[in-house]
Design a protein around this ligand. Sequence first.
Ligand code: URA
Length: 182
Amino acid sequence: MAEEVAGCNRCVLAAGREHTVFGEGSHQPKLVIVGEAPGAEEDRTGRPFVGPAGQLLTKMLAAIGLAREDVFICNLLKCRPPGNRNPRPDEVASCKPFLREQLRLLQAPMILAMGSPAARELLQTRRGIMSLRGRFMNTRDGYRVMPTFHPAFVLRRPEAKRDVWEDLKKVAAELGLDIPKR
Ligand code: URA
């Protein structure tokens, strides 16, 4: 499937990318993280969440006792939109079969949907992340999802960190994780 993604030409983003970003992590993950789309650093390296938002994500996971290797990290879109603009509906439509198949193969007990585009697509709603975050919801396919703010948003609005922490504590409780003492 990663090979299929690497050769994908289903939308205009194929023309501008350096690398596709399939996702990485455990193939029997406790949690699947779904972000929006690769940024500059991800496009350059072909790996998800390795830029500034990724560094914050790694810390957020560590705060609930998870390493990147314990989870699977991927995005709604597998290619970088130019200038990190928002994903367009046709791009989401072209790319979403890949995410659907990843989720089917991974069969994770829980999904952390970070930011509006991921949460909206997974939950098939037009509601934004402000109203969605903080409560578990089920997708039509029966996956349990916790919507939360995207770490890139938290970098711009540090006051959002407190909300993300509340959401992560709920995820940890549901997964039966012990939160490491700081
Ligand atoms: N932002 C995302 O949504 N995904 C990445 O992989 C990196 C930044």
